[in-house]
Design a protein around this ligand. Sequence first.
Ligand code: ADP
Ligand code: G6P
Length: 483
Amino acid sequence: MGKTIIISNRLPVQLQISNGGISAIPSVGGLATGMKSVHSGSDSIWIGWSGLTDEEIPKKLAPKIDQALAEHGSAKVNLTAKEVDGFYYGFSNRTIWPLFHYFLEYSEFELESWNVYKAVNQKFADAILEKAEDDDIVWVHDYQLMLVPQMVREKRPDISIGFFLHIPFPSFEIFRTLPWREEVLEGLLGADLIGFHTYDYERHFLSSVRRLLGLEVSFNDIYLNDRIIKVDSFPMGIDYKKFSEAAKEHEKNTTAQQSELQQRLNNHKRSTPDAKLILSIDRLDYSKGIAKRLNAFEYFLNKFPQYKEKVRLIILAVPSRSNVPQYQLLKKEVDELIGRINGDFSTVSWTPIWYFYRSVPFENLIDLYTSSDIAWLTPLRDGMNLVAKEYIATRTDKTGVLILSEMAGSANEMNESLLVNPNNFEQTANAIYEAINMPIEEQKARNTELQKRLERYNVERWANDFMSSLKEQKERDAANISK
Ligand code: ADP
Ligand code: G6P
């Protein structure tokens, strides 16, 4: 078996130019954080965009960029500012992202950005073709690169190609509104295996293939000319050990070894022993339901006023896609809502919401997960939501309550959490009340089950399942063709 070529828009690190030099910061988002563990333990190369446009890279730094990426087992695809605009900020994040997350009204259908998307997908495909040797396996990731499988297949029909979608695949009624719907499906069908997080996304995809392309579909096989393409669901896991061990190590820290954040959180606990800390962590994205969550928090404070001065909500929001107008509007809305709620409810000794708008190092993520009594993650729509899984993995003493949206892919595997419809404030406020008052024994019983499942279906198992399924599929397809 040859090497695996992983290809995604985002690399495990993003490059930045600071003080005339290059620095690499870890990428945020489920794809990058999840695949990082898979990549580090295998014979693979990861191809993607560095996060810098060609215009931003001074000539003299170009060799350093390649070197910095090579240190992370990665290689870059060069993109101009115009390409990033049409491909990333344009078609990927102003057309596909909103459409696939059921925000039809945000979705823009512009021929110009579709054309750039096609051209940039060809660039990614060419980068693969340049590196691909016989027996290599190509694993293409996510909605930014949906045309790549077919572009690679055209030139290298012999190579195994897998595709995994990290976001939801919407129902046929939504998908059919895309003007280039057939081309997108045909692009994906260049793969031998197409994977989704959940069974529902898989069914939606098969339904679109049947109804839009008129292809024969039997169970999860698609028949296309002399090929069989397999479609299946593979719910992505986390690097369970990394999170649980980091939490165990964290407990051993002496005060001097603790981060400033950890010391502050500990002080807060000591000074208000019966107060509860509720944590919410997301990229600042409208699909995550942050504004609705804030409204629901206000509803909760009004419905259960006995918890004023007793609960604190920590909102950690990572800046994301800030060139897209909807994200700028959301930032404004969240800033205003937090300002208003804090203004209305604060007392001299209590601010209900602590708001951090930034990416934080891994160590601080662990500080927050381990210090919070409740994790409140209520996206309006989410392919998976790995934060929910990470929170549970860090609960070494098995306490802690997860309030999770039914609309997150991870809800399928996390039935022991308190599942809510994020649009239902009454139900959400009651869930917070239940979480605050849940007996420790019940918390432990729920988390024991969740932890067992997350430990078993970790990210390594996810990648191995996908890879063995791809291998099996390639053999089955070869046997079929030679018949
Ligand atoms: P998405 O992929 O849509 O961003 P996920 O919940 O699946 O959502 O994945 C988010 C990933 O980004 C998680 O692995 C999480 O640890 C990481 N992350 C989220 N917020 C932050 C933050 N503020 N700082 C650093 N990492 C973060
Ligand atoms: C989601 C997508 C990823 C993306 C990540 C962060 O997880 O599925 O493809 O990398 O969000 O978004 P960004 O636009 O910063 O890459």
